[in-house]
Ligand binder design. Structure first.
Ligand SMILES: NC(=O)c1ccc[n+]([C@@H]2O[C@H](COP(=O)([O-])OP(=O)(O)OC[C@H]3O[C@@H](n4cnc5c(N)ncnc54)[C@H](OP(=O)(O)O)[C@@H]3O)[C@@H](O)[C@H]2O)c1
Length: 231
């Protein structure tokens, strides 16, 4: 049975990754900060015996180590680094709060690398051997045409740089890395009114890219529909 591990699986895009892959018959390792209160994820797991819940705050090295120990030698075909924050959204006065910037980097950049490093051995033991970094077009420096969103933009630009480097580091292990922009999606982060895409549409597109993946694509930065994005 093929397997996927998703971070930030309790809501939004993370929950949808779990929903679609469980429906497709995959083994799903759903990770989130608070499994005991993850109501929707628990309901989904109640309908699919192939889903297991695991505690993972991506900023905590001890959580990564515990998860790695729990997984043992289990293969992970696709590791989805989905967890993310966009803290400027909740501080619209434009003032820069450096603690929030640091937290954004800890989650969006260091968190994704920490989880990937901890679980690379499991990915290497699988058939597909693929790491997905859920980034954003806002991590594209070429995309910047207005001020603002400094924490989020810099965290995703740094994520892109780190994942591009990991793609090279992992090539000898046969592990590939895809850096994906999910589109503007109706979630708590994307907003429910203006965002044009549903989580179902976005994840369906990203799943098609996972299916189409070949090693030549490793290190590329793509929109959910496969369009290449500028760095
Ligand atoms: N929606 C969009 O339009 C859009 C566009 C571009 C990129 N993205 C990216 O897509 C990804 C998913 O976003 P979303 O729209 O689904 O947002 P969301 O609904 O706000 O969900 C964010 C998820 O990240 C989790 N998370 C936050 N901090 C964490 C931590 N320290 N450890 C583990 N999990 C943590 C949250 O868990 P809690 O519930 O515990 O906080 C939640 O599950 C993010 O990386 C985001 O940057 C989204």
């Amino acid at each position: 049975m093929e397997s996927i591990l998703v971070t930030g699986a309790n809501r939004g895009l993370g929950l949808e990754w779990c929903r679609q892959y469980a429906a497709a018959g995959w083994r799903v390792y759903a990770t989130c900060r608070y499994p005991e209160t993850a109501t929707e994820l628990r309901a989904l797991a109640g309908r699919h015996a192939s889903i297991s819940l695991h505690r993972l705050d991506v900023t905590l090295g001890e959580h990564c180590a515990a998860l790695r120990a729990e997984l043992g030698d289990s293969p992970i075909d696709v590791l989805v680094n989905n967890a993310g924050v966009y803290l400027e959204k909740y501080a619209p006065d434009g003032a820069i709060r450096y603690d929030d910037w640091l937290l954004t980097l800890q989650v969006n950049t260091l968190g994704a690398v920490r989880v990937t490093e901890a679980l690379a051995r499991n990915v290497a033991r699988s058939r597909r051997r693929l790491v997905v970094a859920v980034s954003s077009h806002m991590g594209s420096i070429a995309d910047i045409s207005a001020p603002g969103s400094y924490y989020y933009r810099s965290s995703k630009a740094a994520l892109n740089a780190a994942m591009k480097g990991l793609a090279l580091a992992y090539r000898p292990l046969g592990i590939g890395v895809l850096i994906l922009h999910p589109g503007w999606v109706k979630t708590r982060m994307g907003g429910w009114e203006e965002a044009p895409l549903t989580a179902e549409q976005s994840v369906s597109g990203m799943r098609r890219l996972v299916e189409a993946y070949t090693p030549q694509m490793s290190g590329s930065f793509l929109r959910y529909d496969g369009t290449p994005l500028p760095w």
